[in-house]
Design a protein around this ligand. Structure first.
Ligand code: HSE
Length: 404
């Protein structure tokens, strides 16, 4: 029998127990032993819960118990979660987590501690929820030089954008509705401002390079400035709008990483990723495009990924699971030097001025919006684009990158 502890009995924590119990027999058959939840750490008590007798309030009970070989850290945050993870790894207990904030911030250090103590720090659930994404990356695409990762990595914002796309709704109305339905947090800042997607693309970039990308340095723009009119012009031009995390090897092997809303061609597989789903396109130099799709959030999908790591930890034992990164920091290419096509929403009266400012661009008109126009630029350096937009002043009402 293998004894595990679950740190945090919230949505994901209770999901981990549910997956381990619900699939107990088939997991035991695959692992060759029973996996038993010995402890659940939480500040609260859960009278009446079938696992109430496993709840403890002192992490040392778990850390000092030699029978515990695997710990699931699903409490979130970078304070206590960091300390508990570090202590567990130092005692040779593998840690499986859904905590993207902690993985993005301290992943290199925690991976090194795990290696030094013959155990593993595993984080399949930290990016893309239930989508197998980390494991294919570190176990399957190992013969590849990864050229780019383009991902819809946040379910909340994808739900909002899909509702806007399909119903012509205003962003703030959809956000309020999503909060009522429990799809969006009461404090949705991390999602709508792009910080959650930023942590996830940073983790994938760490795996891509084998080094550390500081998420704080990743240019990040959320969805709050997107208007229903942007969708009208996007559709007119054959596009939709998605919030993308992008990591790309540019000229001279420099790495560009960013999070921003993009116009995405309706023919792209990313345009077909709707509602709370996530989709990630990983391109290798030999294999070409590969795509990963599924539920990027939610209790059981996320818990399923945590439990897959528990199984991996048990099967791997004291060996190191492949993948990871060191603490050497990668300098991200300044966004001003990256190239893209851009979409603009402008005052219709100023369209001549905009055409003159961006030779080779194309106006996009719609009967639904009489006093504004859309505009697609040719490929430009971001710095040049920003300077021209600034010079156009109040003629420009909105701007967005276009996925190449
Ligand atoms: N708030 C996140 C999302 C949860 O909406 O995708 C999963 O990381």
């Amino acid at each position: 029998m293998v004894n595990v502890a679950v740190l945090g009995y919230g949505t994901v924590g209770s999901g981990v127990v549910e997956v381990l119990e619900g699939n107990r027999d088939l997991i035991a058959a695959r692992v060759g032993k029973d996996i038993h939840v010995k402890y659940i750490l939480d500040l609260r008590d859960f009278p009446g819960d079938p696992f109430a007798d496993r709840v403890v309030h002192d992490v040392n009970v778990i850390l000092e118990d030699p029978e515990i070989s695997v710990v699931c850290e699903v409490m979130g945050g970078v304070g206590a979660a960091y300390q508990f993870t570090k202590s567990a790894l130092e005692k040779g207990k593998s840690v499986c987590t859904s905590n993207k904030e902690l993985v993005a911030l301290h992943g290199a250090e925690l991976l090194a501690i795990a290696k030094a103590h013959q155990c593993n720090y595993l984080f399949e659930a930290s990016v893309g929820g239930g989508i197998p994404l980390i494991r294919p990356f570190v176990r399957s695409l190992t013969a590849e030089r990864i050229l780019s990762i383009v991902g819809i990595l946040n379910g909340t914002t994808n739900y909002i954008l899909t509702r806007m796309e399909e119903e012509g709704a205003k962003l703030r109305d959809v956000l309020a509705q999503a909060q009522e339905l429990g799809y969006a947090e009461r404090d949705p800042e991390a999602d709508v401002e792009g910080h959650d997607a930023c942590r996830k693309i940073s983790i994938l970039s760490n795996l891509m390079t084998g080094h550390y990308i500081d998420a704080e340095e990743v240019p990040t723009k959320g969805i709050m400035e997107i208007s229903a009119k942007d969708f009208i012009f996007a559709e007119e031009a054959g596009y939709t709008i998605r919030l993308l995390g992008i990591s790309r090897l540019e000229k001279d092997d420099r790495l560009s990483v960013l999070v921003a809303p993009h116009l995405v061609s309706v023919g792209s597989p990313l345009a077909a990723v709707k509602d709370v789903f996530n989709g990630v396109l990983i391109t290798g130099n030999m294999v070409g495009d590969t795509m990963y799709y599924g539920r990027g959030a939610g209790k059981l999908p996320t818990a399923s990924a945590v439990v897959s790591d528990v199984i991996d930890a048990v099967l791997t034992g004291t060996e190191s699971v492949p993948g990871g990164w060191d603490e050497t920091k990668v300098e991200i290419m300044p966004i001003e030097e990256t190239e893209s096509r851009f979409f603009l929403r402008v005052n219709k009266d100023d369209i001549r001025k905009v055409l003159d400012a961006f030779p080779g661009g194309e106006a996009v008109l719609s009967d639904e919006v009489v006093n504004q126009a859309g505009f697609m630029t040719p490929v430009l350096k971001t710095g040049d684009f920003n300077r021209t937009v600034e010079a156009l002043g109040e003629a420009v009402l909105g701007k967005m990158r276009v996925l190449n």
